[in-house]
Design a protein around this ligand. Structure first.
Ligand code: ADP
Length: 395
């Protein structure tokens, strides 16, 4: 059976086509710069990579171009062969704690949740509607970034602010990257031959956006992102947690509106803000190696913040069977993994093989020794596969 996983962003559409249950990838790619001139259509299949530059005006057109491309390159005979489409949806609020088949009522609920994710849910819906129009007979499934974290308890998801803000506006911690934390936590159990229900794990999704999750007996009990994906550890361009009074202080001193300061915290902070160089970890690491003091400070803060969060989740969990690194940085940067782990190694009783760490780039590896109190793994994430699995299950 052929299943398509899609992730619609504000100006992009990422996709991957699977045969299920074999979980084989037939083709993957993305359409970037939708709505701008010279959109880029990239498809990878059979070891080939095609890149086309065309004008794609909106998501509806992007969907048409995508489906035409799939038949043109011969991976599909007919678009009707697609029996299911898994859609990534950023915010499921308190309504969705698992993936659901999309019908008009689900569309309406996702729309109602747009106030919690104004940048994401509306654009996710545009993708859903476009695919439902072109593939009306396929089963469409919504997979939510927040769903895995709905198992958190109130003492972990409530903020210590007046209770009516929760009652009136549902202000609370939701957490994001749930699909990724879920995928790597289940994968590590498979590799360790352990039952998820008896396993405690800390997952570190370190990409451009980044979050850390404490998983107790298979369930997320705490995660570092909050009401929005701005919270938690330091990221590529996002500040992570800061004293909220900084916001009004900048408004008062810089002639900026609160929306503009929020933009600074989302887009000009984190690694980019501190280093003044780049939001890309590779650039910062290369400047670090040249001794650039701001690059050194950036990575010192980053390693500290990640380590503090892991440390607090270790205390929460009591014992940790595995730590898992994933995301662009977690999968590829042995240097950042080492910087983080050096801060927590002693407290957590970790015994590590630094040679294996150093040689692990973008592949599955365990780099703890037998004497280590927790196993430490690198596992590339695969959110698209979770979308395809959840969709296949519902057909
Ligand atoms: P996104 O959150 O946009 O999905 P990714 O998970 O792709 O981001 O992660 C992007 C980050 O991963 C960037 O900071 C990039 O520098 C970093 N990264 C990718 N490859 C490497 C590498 N080999 N060494 C260090 N950092 C890397």
């Amino acid at each position: 059976m052929i299943i398509l996983s899609v992730n619609s962003g504000s100006s992009s559409l990422k996709f991957q086509l699977f045969t299920m249950p074999q979980e084989e990838t037939l083709v993957l790619g993305q359409i970037e710069k939708i709505g701008l001139k010279d959109s880029i259509v990239t498809v990878k299949y059979n070891g080939k990579k095609d890149v086309d530059i065309v004008d794609v005006n909106d998501h509806k057109q992007a969907v048409t171009i995508l489906l035409e491309t799939l038949t043109r390159i011969g991976v599909l005979k007919d678009i009707e062969d697609i029996k299911g489409v898994g859609h990534r949806v950023v915010h499921g609020g308190e309504v969705f704690d698992h993936s659901v088949v999309i019908d008009d009522a689900v569309v309406q609920k996702i729309d109602e949740l747009s106030s919690l994710a104004p940048l994401h849910n509306p654009v996710n819906l545009v993708g859903i509607e476009a695919f439902r129009n072109v593939l009306p007979h396929a089963t469409h499934v919504a997979v939510f970034d927040t769903a895995f974290h709905q198992s958190m308890k109130p003492e972990n998801y409530m903020y210590p602010i007046p209770y009516q803000y929760y009652e009136n506006y549902k202000i609370r911690r939701y957490g994001f990257h749930g699909t990724s934390h879920f995928y790597v936590s289940r994968k590590v159990c498979e590799l360790m031959q352990r039952d998820p229900e008896n396993t405690n794990i800390i997952t570190l999704h370190l990409g451009n956006g980044a979050s850390i999750t404490a998983i107790e007996n298979g369930k997320s009990i705490m995660t570092s992102m909050g009401f929005t994906p701005l919270a938690g550890i330091m990221m590529g361009t996002r500040s992570g947690d800061i004293d909220p009074a900084i916001m009004t202080f900048i408004v008062d001193h810089e002639d900026k509106t609160s929306d503009e300061v929020l933009d600074v915290l989302n887009k000009e902070s984190g690694m980019l803000g501190v280093s003044g160089l780049s939001s890309d970890a590779r650039d910062i690491i290369s400047k670090y190696e040249e001794g650039n003091p701001r690059a050194v400070l950036t990575l010192d803060i980053y390693a500290n913040r990640v380590a503090e969060t892991v440390g607090s989740y270790f205390v929460k969990l009591g014992h940790v069977d595995a730590l898992v690194f994933t995301g662009g940085i977690g999968e590829n940067s042995s240097f950042i993994r080492e910087r983080v782990l050096k801060n927590i190694q002693e407290a957590m009783g970790l015994e590590l093989n630094w040679d294996i760490n150093a040689s692990t780039i973008g592949e599955i590896a365990k780099f703890s020794n037998d004497a280590s109190k927790s196993e430490v793994w690198v596992i590339p994430t695969n959110e698209e596969l979770v979308l395809a699995r959840d969709t296949f299950e519902k057909i």
